[in-house]
Design a protein. Structure first.
Length: 418
């Protein structure tokens, strides 16, 4: 009996989604006796953790063939090719191609190149790897976009993912119909730069067009979410959907990155702090129950204490609830890596203060829910999520996948109890 490959995923939801696709591709190819590591390159720490994980997996699997892929493999193939633990390095385009896995299954030590990483900037189409059912049994994630056309000075991701490519709306709708028929109650649209969806398609449709089309053509889908968005790129149709479509969940995660205008300009972002505040105010005017998360970087090069204080204030001014805090680390090959760096101790301290602010905001949000009634999608018999994505615990087992209407009674361990 052959042993199926073991997969380890580091990084984002998109990586996790692609790991599921690679599992299917490797199974179809008949690959066995392998360990596959899908890496992340978003920070230098992510690359360090990838190397650490590779060494650990080699110790635990001394006889396995070890394959490294993902964004770090794409941006730093030489780093992983130099590791004696690694048998093959596969780029982000190659990992989605059936022929890659067929070659690996045949004999990747003797017949196949050890390093297969091409120029991802030359890729013009989104890989057709649509999978049905990644996520919990109640929630599925659907990749509708990949890559990014922007060049923020701190970000290595475009060099790992390539330029922006969109999945055609008809393909997305057909997949979501299949997911609903399979019993999924909620779908999350994902991508690297989600609000750029459609710019490369005929007629240049917008993300709002896609959202409205999904909700119209899949009437049996109870809940639709969109993942991280760039608020400055939000189109009028998406604002209309926020205002009128109750099946679009009132929770948006914003790619804000900072709260100081000078730092935002040095990051080469396309918005200023007032743009972010104005977007949040308008979204909440259209949908009062709307909640927000955000990505914020602490310790970007040249950041002073005054600059950082503007980020802290932005958390309150944008009424943010769920924070993803990133301590800045220089990425070789990015403009920010050549700027004057902030002391590492200051970066760590500022990140901790941002996280503490985030915990305070979460506590305030949860406290405001006690006594309120919510529609809760059950992810497992004892835990579900509100429309705003807060976790709710039930002492009495419920049916997984069911959407319950229940009153929140209390808070325990940063979790709502209903």
């Amino acid at each position: 009996m052959t042993e199926a490959p073991k997969f380890t995923t580091l990084g984002c939801r998109l990586n996790a989604y692609e790991t599921e696709a690679m599992k299917a591709l490797s199974a179809e190819a008949g690959l066995s006796g392998a360990v596959v590591v899908n890496t992340c390159a978003v920070t230098a720490e992510a690359v360090r953790k990838a190397r650490q994980e590779i060494r650990r997996l080699r110790r635990e699997n001394p006889d396995a063939r070890l394959i490294v892929t993902g964004c770090a493999a794409q941006t730093e193939p030489e780093t992983f090719a130099a590791m004696t633990e690694v048998d093959a390095v596969i780029g982000n385009t190659e990992k989605m191609q059936p022929e890659t896995w067929k070659g690996l299954a045949a004999d990747f030590i003797g017949e196949v190149e050890r390093v297969q990483v091409d120029d991802i900037m030359s890729v013009k189409e989104t890989a057709g790897h649509l999978i049905d059912g990644f996520g919990t049994r109640s929630r599925a994630y659907v990749q509708v976009q990949n890559g990014c056309d922007h060049r923020c000075t701190f970000c290595i991701i475009p060099y790992g993912r390539g330029n922006s490519r969109s999945v055609a709306a008809g393909v997305v709708v057909d997949q979501i119909k299949r997911l609903v028929q399979s019993g999924y109650r909620e779908v999350v649209l994902t991508g690297v730069d989600l609000t750029s969806w459609g710019a490369d398609l005929p007629g240049e449709p917008s993300l709002g067009d896609l959202v409205m089309r999904i909700l119209k053509l899949v009437p049996d889908l109870p809940r639709l979410r969109i993942s991280s968005i760039d608020s400055i790129e939000v189109d009028p149709q998406l604002m209309e959907a926020i205002a009128t479509e109750r099946r679009l969940m009132p929770h948006l995660h914003l790619s804000l990155q900072h709260g100081d205008d000078l730092i935002l300009k040095r990051m080469k972002r396309r918005h200023l702090r007032d743009d972010a505040i104005a977007f949040v105010e308008e979204a909440q005017r259209l949908r009062p129950e709307m909640t927000f998360g955000a990505d914020i970087i602490a310790g970007f090069p040249t950041e002073t204490e005054a600059h950082f204080e503007n980020s802290l204030r932005l958390v309150d001014e944008c009424r943010l609830t769920w924070l993803h805090v990133f301590p800045y680390s220089p990425r070789k090959g990015t403009p920010a890596a050549r700027m004057p760096q902030v002391d590492g101790r200051a970066i760590k301290n500022r990140a901790a203060r941002l996280r503490a602010k985030g915990m305070d905001r979460v506590a305030a949000h949860l406290a405001a829910q006690v006594g309120r009634t919510h529609n809760i999608l059950m992810e497992n018999p004892h835990m579900g999520r509100t429309e705003q994505f807060a976790e709710v615990r039930f002492d009495v087992a419920q049916q997984e996948g069911e959407i319950l209407t229940a009153e929140v009674r209390s808070i325990e361990n940063a979790q709502l109890v209903a």
